[in-house]
Unconditional design. Structure first.
Length: 117
């Protein structure tokens, strides 16, 4: 948890006007030989599964893909869709999600740094 606070600045994530306290949400954790390789934090509400945070601590070995596939199998039982929100400057994430077959539903241009939101 301290690592998330350090990396993201908080253990609270805002999405679509909702406050997510990540300690209260379900996690999928990828582990190999006792080492955490990555994790996916998600929320399921009203037949929708939101990826709140996906973090691969070891890049380019399939951690994110495996976590997303596991979430997909969980979500199939309860959800009509999986969605996420990311910033338009997170190019690596955007490429990853496109490669994994997720489709863009909405693109909103966010204000530049220093502008009011």
């Amino acid at each position: 948890m301290e690592g998330i606070k350090r990396e993201w600045g908080s253990d609270i994530i805002l999405s679509k006007g909702k406050v997510h306290r990540i300690i209260e949400l379900p996690w999928l954790i990828a582990v190999s030989e006792g080492e955490i390789l990555g994790f996916l934090i998600y929320s399921i509400e009203k037949a929708e599964c939101e990826i709140v945070l996906l973090e691969s601590l070891v890049k380019n070995i399939g951690v994110g893909s495996k976590l997303l596939k596991e979430l997909t199998s969980i979500a199939k039982k309860e959800c009509q869709r999986i969605f996420l929100i990311t910033t338009n400057d997170n190019i690596d994430a955007m490429k990853f999600y496109q490669k994994m077959g997720l489709k863009w539903l909405l693109f909103i241009k966010m204000p530049s740094k220093g502008q009011d939101v």
